[in-house]
Design a protein around this ligand. Sequence first.
Ligand code: PLP
Length: 398
Amino acid sequence: MLGISKMAAGVEPSATLAAAARARQLKSEGKDVLDFSVGEPDFPTPKFICEAGNLAISQGKTRYTPASGTIELRKTIASWYESEYGLLVTPEQVIVSGGAKQSIHNTLAALVGPGDEVIIPTPYWVSYGDLVKMTGATAVLVQTTLDDGFKMTRDQLERAITPQTKLLMLNSPSNPTGAVYTRAELIDFAEVVVGRNIGVISDEIYEKLVFGNAKATCFATLNPALAERVITISGVSKTYAMTGWRIGWAIGPKHVVSAMGNIQSQETSNPCSISQEAARAALTGEQGFLVPMVKEFEARRDLVCSGLNEIPGIRCFVPDGAFYAFFDISETFGKAVTGGPFFSDTEFCKAALDHALVCLVQGSAFGAPGHARLSFAASRSQLEEGLRRLARWLATTP
Ligand SMILES: Cc1ncc(COP(=O)(O)O)c(C=O)c1O
């Protein structure tokens, strides 16, 4: 048997994709599963974007493009940052990849390796830990709690930095918690990273999905000294409901982006030519569809969080952004419940799927045991039914 490399053997499959696969399997067996594991908007890609994709095909834009993306799209992205945030970057500082996930991977591959440390506020997006591991660097987890609003403090950050620290990974709005750092909190972090000479990957993929008075901040704009140490990540997957098109990007210092371009040129060549044209249309087209989409996510947030908080044993954080409810389930551990008693979030989620036909993702996949994540990128009627099922299941004894 061929031996698996040490690197590959250390990589876990994405827990969210694994949960979705389990839900699909049960559905194929005829079970009426409600799948709240997925991290993608349930809205269709807006029509004008699909039309731009069709047009690209009919115009023959179906060939290789430059490895780092077409100059037109990189220019569009650079202009978008200027008009949205006043961030001035040249197209050479922009690289387009097959999704933000690839952008993050390439950033890490370009910047860290064995012996380096990467600070990750926790709970963190499921892929961060494994992407860091694949480079041979060490992830240093900074634990935050529901009572702290799932936010790292300046003091925690300062204490986590060692001479080996190369990068901090920020994600605001956050997946899985939906926490959104304020501008003032991020200015504090900016001071620390400049003072301690470390870099930052700022994953801002949920920047347009914020509720109430919350506002997403483009971290790179906070301090002129950040230009040489911040890599901003975003993409079209979440804002434009374009998860399947696979377009994300990274913006950063020219030499880092150029190194990422070399990696990408050997790895996948260019991102999909048709999707690049669609992404260009997304960024330059009419943005009106966003307002009702965000309003709908906010209404679902209210529905889901209040519903979960009414269930005995569950304590749900109320997120300011993204489309996930992240909740503490530890009070249910050890109780007499159908399918239980369970003593971990993994057992809880397995029992929820088996006995309530509700698919969630265990918090330990995000570095937060004792919690679970529910994606509210589903219809209100599905969410109401899911809440009913969870409440009924947790109230029944074997
Ligand atoms: C925080 C975060 N970053 C990056 C991504 C990756 O997005 P993409 O579809 O562009 O690869 C996701 C997707 O779930 C995410 O939640």
